[in-house]
Design a protein around this ligand. Structure first.
Ligand code: PHE
Length: 335
């Protein structure tokens, strides 16, 4: 009976010794040629006893295929060893890894921040988990005051320690108070950050939103400074031609209070709440309200991003759908 294993070992050993193209050719003639040794085995199959035929036949055919592969591999090996440079072609273009891009809210937030920075504002952040006192009481919204209904609140569960009540801030305005505790006028600061409201969501409302708070305090500031600053801002963001309007609005921590609307494709859209900082808040900060005045504002970043990118439903922003998010790849680097 033919010993295929011994034959294979011998064939592979002699292939390993073939050192050039001529060596490969003569190896091929010896093993796989018309009179080659493996060819002879295959030819002899028909003369084998019937019970050996299938086994040897199949084995010899498989070996033929494997030796064909082996000679191809050996040729590649010899070629690689013979070429001057490395087998790796470093001049081929690289494969670019997927890059991702900044989230549309991050892009918009940074654009808005830069606009205020250019106007001389500082940028600070505050805590997302806030004390009831800062979110409400010290902004002149005491417990039981109907204005609390303007912000449906997510409270942090009471841990039973008897400590003060905590909540997820419903707006960035508590940072007005925190900043006034640490800084003296002149104050010119914006506070970007995430806020949370216990609200049903629809195309224009999310339970999580991003705000940019502004606070400006100095001597002799008037409503004209508020108007001039905010109009300059919206012109930078929406273009010099944008139409604006101020209308009265109520927020307990400003007096007077207003909302600023912009005319967008024929409709008036509210983009922010604002007003002159209430004299009691100035006084609580240890400042003389006859000498120091100022203004504050709070605007939604999602609203600006929706207008800027033509996004019709605010809920797209936090669904994490890669088809939506990859639309913003084109703005990579333009933040
Ligand atoms: N904090 C207010 C809101 O979330 C907006 C605001 C900020 C209004 C500052 C006036 C001044 O609705």
């Amino acid at each position: 009976m033919v010993d295929l294993e011994a034959l294979e070992a011998e064939a592979r050993a002699s292939l390993a010794e073939a050192g050039d193209e001529a060596g490969l050719d003569s190896w091929r003639v010896e093993w796989l040629g018309r009179r080659g040794r493996l060819t002879a085995v295959l030819r002899g199959v028909r003369d084998l006893p019937a019970e050996e035929r299938p086994l040897i036949g199949a084995g010899a055919n498989r070996l033929k295929g494997e030796l064909e592969d082996a000679v191809t591999a050996r040729r590649a090996e010899l070629l690689a060893a013979a070429s001057d440079g490395p087998a790796l072609d470093v001049t081929l273009p690289g494969r670019r890894p997927p890059m991702g891009s900044l989230h549309p809210i991050t892009l918009t937030r940074r654009m808005m921040e830069r606009t205020f920075r250019d106007m001389g504002f500082d940028v600070v952040e505050g805590p997302d988990v806030e004390l009831e006192e800062y979110n409400f009481d010290r902004l002149r919204i005491p417990a039981g005051h109907p204005a609390r209904d303007m912000w449906d609140t997510m409270w942090v569960a009471d841990d039973g320690s008897g400590g003060p009540r905590q909540l997820l801030r419903t707006h960035t305005s508590p940072m007005q108070i925190r900043y006034l505790e640490r800084r003296q006028p002149p104050i010119r600061v914006i506070v970007p950050g995430t806020c949370y409201r216990y609200e049903a969501t629809d195309a224009t409302h999310e339970w999580m939103l991003t705000q940019i708070e502004g606070l400006v305090i100095d001597e002799d500031l008037s409503f004209a400074h508020l108007k001039g600053t905010l109009e300059a801002f919206v012109r930078r963001v929406f273009g010099a031609e944008i139409e604006t309007r101020f209308r009265c609005d109520y927020f307990p921590f400003v007096e007077p209070g207003a909302e600023l609307g912009v005319r967008w494709q024929g409709d008036w859209l509210e983009v922010l709440g604002c007003g002159m900082v209430h004299p009691e808040i100035i006084e609580d900060a240890g400042l003389d309200p006859d000498r120091f005045t100022g203004f504050a504002f709070g605007m939604g970043v999602e609203r600006v991003a929706m207008l800027r990118y033509g996004v019709r439903d605010i809920r797209h922003f936090y669904r994490n759908d890669i088809r939506f998010l990859s639309e913003f790849d084109q703005f990579r680097g333009s933040a």
